[in-house]
Design a protein around this ligand. Structure first.
Ligand code: ADP
Ligand code: MG
Length: 167
């Protein structure tokens, strides 16, 4: 396990399981109403991070990408985790059909893949999680927390503290 903390809210993972571990460490900090927007392109590790979040909340069911169903709920843990993958959504008006407005910012924690394209229609209070590939190492990623709003700042600090305590 080589999950590293590179600075405040900035981490480096050396494998898919490290990225899952990061999610697992972050999960205890999640509260009802939290929104995480994961960005970084196809195959960067957004779903792996979400797997870790679900596991860390105590949901034992496997997490797969809800690319076709758009939304998956993992409600076997401490709080529900609503996992949205908006990759296939073309128009903002289609958001209504995903059920996102029923839960976003209210119930459980929401994790959005490809949410940034509809940022204006969603929420301006969220924790951005930027995942990026690392040159010369196909199995490494950097993960940077970018909080928007007071609660997101608090959440980012709690996640940072959890990682700091584990490294
Ligand atoms: N450090 C890493 N963290 C996460 N995934 C990684 C890492 N290194 C390699 N990978 C690979 O990248 C892919 C990430 O897939 P996935 O989590 O589904 O991405 P996304 O949801 O962003 O499209 C997987 O094939 C995984 O094995
Ligand atoms: Mg995905």
């Amino acid at each position: 396990m080589t999950l590293e903390r590179k600075g405040a809210g900035k981490f480096r993972t050396a494998s898919p399981s490290d990225t899952e571990r990061l999610g697992e460490l972050a999960a205890p900090a999640l509260a009802d109403g939290d929104v995480l927007v994961l960005t970084g392109g196809l195959g960067v590790g957004k779903t792996h991070l979400t797997k870790g979040l679900a596991r860390g909340l105590g949901d034992a069911h496997p997490v797969t990408s809800p690319t076709f169903s758009l939304m998956a709920v993992h409600d076997g843990g401490r709080i529900p985790l609503f996992h949205f993958d908006l990759y296939r959504l073309e128009h903002a008006y289609e958001l209504e059909d995903t059920g996102i407005y029923d839960v976003l910012g209210y119930e459980g924690a929401c994790v959005l893949e490809w949410g940034e394209q509809f940022q204006d229609e969603l929420t301006d209070e969220y924790l951005g999680v930027l995942i990026a590939r690392v040159e010369d190492d196909p199995d490494a990623r950097t993960v940077t927390l970018e909080p928007h709003g007071e609660r997101a700042e608090e959440l980012a600090a709690a996640v940072d503290a959890a990682v700091r305590g584990s490294c």
